[in-house]
Design a protein around this ligand. Structure first.
Ligand code: ZN
Ligand code: ZN
Length: 580
């Protein structure tokens, strides 16, 4: 009898906890909806980009009052979040809660401490938002043109506010702002005129739009001119320094490691990669270089073999078909090796890159936004048609027979595309908006290694060598970012790292140098996420021994959506320990 009662009590207790979780979750779901509705009011431009079009006609003037509005929004919602006990929420809501809090704290820090609005003039540019309105397909062209007309009204005030904000621009961001604003005027000149020709608006309206566009273009040009003439006695360095870097890394990456730890890991990883590459290049030497004498310098040895292997590549007119053919092969391999379940009802559509995209060769995934659930996921493949024969050859050597396969693993299967399908299964508007970049990129980078570990490409030495070169890129991205922003690395040393130690072409290395002078932390997301997922897997394997199931691990890991890896790890470990 006593036993029965105590069992009853236990189960009662459980039910109460379950009911509490369900109630709390329901409340939190309602709160998330209100939060997102409020978010879009404060950030109408972001709303349009996310596919929520109620505020398409609004352009926020980035003045002091706007920053106050943002801070107020953050304060209110940081307060509200405190009202929801994370431990009483489902995993999906728990991660949403953490990501919302991180986003709000990051915004407060950005306005009060990081203060990019004072030193990055390139963050002021209306052309992208205008181009989105012109290229959108969600509504009729006439409706979009009407929104654009209303949105243009604030453009002069927008640039006046920008001028007031800018205090100590870095030389690099200043030049970028000049180039991009001058370049962006074509959207309101040429693209807008093309759209007006196709529209059914009456002539009076067309003239009004054209006149307003002229005023807007004048404001953009005036801003560029003002930047050119601006006297800056002590321009700020583009290097943000250790303190800001450490903080920004915390907010942007949300890693279980500190920036410094990740940097140390990247340095050690680079060393390991060099050792493995030297062994493979030595093995492959005579196959590719005949009886030529092996260079004594291992970096030279590796480079020469890589250069030869890169000559095996597809041709400009078969670039897309080569990619297309690989997708079913990758799917079949994943299935045969039992690596992760791929939902056959959600096929990936390979298409030629649409004209409004950059028109750069390469490949990228276009996923439907949070407000376009039924939309297709596309694998956009750029055309090499506009390339000179020399440029096409150089591109195809970079994306040669081997690296093209790794690219497809990364972008499509089982990389970004598979991750997307899984994250859509536990739909969360919060993760769709604030999705963690290190998890998303980390997964894609992790799958490259995982596929090869499982025998993809028959363990061919060439594929492994080219994979290591590919992996060196994300490894050195991290080293470069930290060294430049924290350790004052100069351009010469950076070029030496990228060209001599990561075996990049000079043009690629130049592009990377430019990117590191204009961005901070983002270059770390690939290696950090990859390392965290890999380290977690290895720890689990060591703990579980023969019971470890790779497929189950992958599916569980992805089931949390694009949450930070450290949070996913925590929840998986808790669940395994039987704590819930
Ligand atoms: Zn060739
Ligand atoms: Zn990626």
């Amino acid at each position: 009898m006593a036993l029965a009662i105590s069992l009853l009590l236990i189960s009662c207790g459980n039910n109460e906890t379950k009911t509490a979780v369900a109630t709390m979750d329901k409340e939190f779901d309602g709160y998330k909806e209100r939060f997102v509705a409020a978010l879009w009011k404060v950030y109408p431009g972001w709303a349009s980009t996310a596919g929520y079009h109620a505020y398409d006609s609004v352009l926020v003037v980035p003045d002091d009052a706007d920053r106050q509005r943002q801070l107020e929004f953050c304060k209110v919602h940081l307060d509200s979040l405190k009202g929801y006990d994370r431990d009483k929420l489902s995993d999906n809501n728990k991660t949403d809660h953490m990501m919302m809090q991180n986003q709000l704290e990051s915004t407060v820090w950005g306005i009060n401490e990081f203060r990019a609005h004072e030193w990055n003039p390139a963050q002021y540019n209306v052309s992208e938002g205008m181009a989105e309105l012109l290229n959108g397909t969600y509504d009729s062209l006439d409706t979009r043109l009407n929104s654009l007309y209303l949105k243009m009204q604030n453009i002069p005030a927008y640039y006046e506010a920008a001028k007031k904000n800018i205090k100590t621009p870095t030389a690099e961001h200043r030049q970028l702002a000049i180039d991009q604003n001058l370049g962006g005027t074509s959207v309101l000149e040429k693209d807008l005129q093309d759209a007006l020709t196709k529209s059914h608006l009456d002539d009076a309206k067309k003239q009004a739009i054209t006149a307003r566009a002229a005023t807007a273009v004048a404001a953009m040009k005036d801003y560029a001119q003002w930047l050119k003439e601006m006297k800056v006695d002590t321009p700020r360095s583009f290097r943000i320094g250790k303190e800001l870097y450490t903080k920004k890394f915390g907010y942007d990456i949300q890693s279980g490691y500190t920036a410094e730890q990740v940097y140390e890991k990247a340095l050690a990883h680079k060393k390991e990669l060099h050792i493995k590459m030297a062994v493979l290049a030595g093995k492959l030497w005579s196959k590719y270089m005949g009886t030529g004498a092996k260079p004594a310098d291992t970096m030279q040895l590796i480079r020469q073999v890589i250069d030869k292997i890169s000559l095996k590549h597809t041709h400009p007119d078969s670039f897309q078909t080569t990619i297309e053919k690989q997708i079913p092969e990758l799917t079949a391999f994943v299935k045969a090796k039992n690596l992760i379940y791929l939902d056959p009802s959600k096929p990936l559509v390979v298409r030629k890159e649409p004209a409004y995209m950059a028109g750069v060769a390469g490949a990228s995934i276009s996923a439907p936004g949070p407000y376009d659930k039924g939309g297709n996921t596309y694998y956009n493949v750029g055309s090499l048609a506009a390339y000179t024969p020399e440029a096409a050859e150089s591109f195809l050597r970079e994306y040669n027979y081997y690296t093209l396969q790794i690219l497809n693993i990364h972008e499509a299967i089982p990389g970004h595309y598979a991750q997307l399908v899984y994250s859509n299964q536990s739909p969360s508007i919060v993760k769709a908006i604030f999705g963690n970049g290190a998890m998303v990129e980390g997964w894609a980078v992790y799958t490259e290694l995982m596929m090869l570990e499982n025998g993809y490409g028959n363990n061919e030495d060439e594929l492994w060598l080219m994979y290591y070169k590919w992996n060196l890129r994300s490894t050195c991205n991290t080293i470069l970012d930290y060294d430049v922003h924290v350790n004052n690395m100069d351009k010469e040393a950076a070029m030496n790292l990228l060209v001599n130690e990561a075996f990049q072409q000079k043009a690629e290395a130049e592009g990377k140098w430019r990117r590191v002078t204009l961005s901070q932390v983002q270059l770390c997301s690939y290696f950090t996420g990859y390392t965290e997922i890999y380290d977690f897997r290895e720890a689990l394997k060591a703990k579980m021994g023969a019971k470890f199931d790779l497929k189950a691990f992958h599916e569980k890991l992805l089931s949390y959506g694009s949450a930070p890896v450290k949070n996913i790890r925590e929840m998986m470990e808790q669940e395994m320990a039987g704590k819930k």
